[in-house]
Design a protein around this ligand. Structure first.
Ligand code: SF4
Length: 315
């Protein structure tokens, strides 16, 4: 499998680019995710031209439009950094990224939760770093996360699921993106969307059914915006249980009374939080293979990302 291109704050890969000459190497990122992702490192502060080591910086002023200022001497780097950001975002348009992992709490790279100080030096409201915030505004479809949230099992699973889904969308675009292909894409993602948001599933279904009412550009733009919005909503145990019950409905007549009871018991233990999602999913995948159910076999919900990442072992 070709690796998926993901942007990343350089210091998370172990590059010594931080203000103090250090790094923030995250071994889960390099050793585990690195098996599937091809990194495109970005360090705004060094690429903009600041040295290593350098004076630490923080955000000051209006959280909606903060200034980037050095902590000790008060040097304002905002204008230069914003100019650099504008140019870098242009180059990233061509980078074919399917996700970005940002360093948390950085005044340059953070995507939220970065402390913005008041002019008198008191910690005020939270905001986004100059590059991180601009990236999210420029590429609203690209899945993003910071390294803090990446270590929350549910947010991590959600982010990686979105990365793989977005990559499938890009492949769909590369292969022509006809209405027929959109019907196939939508059909194969139905249960995945359902697990995040039944409401979005019906909206997306209407786009596909009414495809001829739109121009191709309109249709694809409407579809992918709603699709990525849906996947951003977390798939809770309640929503997953609903989807899994729906799946069982496809082969309940073929199951013996014992098999059915076992399956429903396993689902109940998942719903109550005693076992992770992977447990009912493995059992259901077994029956999908055994009964060779064509619709279910193609559902990305049952295999949204490589099992080796063990993401559903912790949610
Ligand atoms: S947080 Fe961002 S700006 Fe700071 S060292 Fe890491 S990549 Fe560079």
């Amino acid at each position: 499998m070709e690796k998926i291109k993901i942007g990343i704050s350089s210091c998370l890969l172990g590059e010594k680019v931080r203000y103090d000459g250090g790094h923030k190497w995250d071994r889960y990122i390099t050793d585990t995710l690195g098996q599937y992702f091809d990194w495109m490192p970005v360090c705004p502060e060094v690429e903009y031209g600041l040295p290593v080591p350098r004076e630490a910086m923080h955000l000051v002023g209006d959280p909606e439009a903060p200034r980037l200022v050095t902590v000790r001497t008060g040097t304002d780097q905002t204008e230069g950094m914003l100019k650099w950001v504008e140019g870098r975002l242009k180059t990233l348009e061509q980078a074919d990224l399917c996700g970005f992992i940002f360093k948390s709490r950085s005044p340059s790279s953070g995507i939220g939760g970065v402390t913005v100080y008041t002019p008198s030096g008191m910690p005020g409201r939270k905001g986004a770093g100059l590059f991180g915030g601009a990236f999210v505004r420029a590429f609203p479809l690209i899945p993003v996360i910071d390294d803090g949230r990446l270590h929350d099992p549910q947010l991590r699973e959600n982010f990686i699921e979105r990365v793989f889904a977005y990559q499938r969308w890009k492949e769909f675009l590369m292969h022509g993106a006809t209405i027929k292909d959109l019907v196939t894409f939508h059909t194969e993602h139905k249960l995945l969307i359902f697990a995040h948001s039944p409401k979005h599933l019906s909206v997306l279904g209407r786009f596909v059914a009414d495809a001829k009412k739109y121009t191709a550009v309109e249709l694809l733009s409407l579809y992918i915006t709603q699709f990525m919005d849906a996947l951003r909503l977390l798939a809770t145990a309640k929503k997953n249980t609903n989807v899994l019950l729906h799946i069982i409905g496809y082969f309940k007549k073929q199951l013996s009374a014992d098999e059915k009871k076992e399956l429903l018991d396993v689902l109940d233990t998942y719903h109550k939080g005693y076992v992770p999602l992977i447990v009912p999913v493995v059992l259901i995948n077994h029956y999908v293979r055994k009964f060779d159910e064509p619709y279910l076999k193609k559902q990305h919900y049952l295999n949204p990302h490589p099992i080796e990442l063990m993401l559903r072992n912790h949610v």
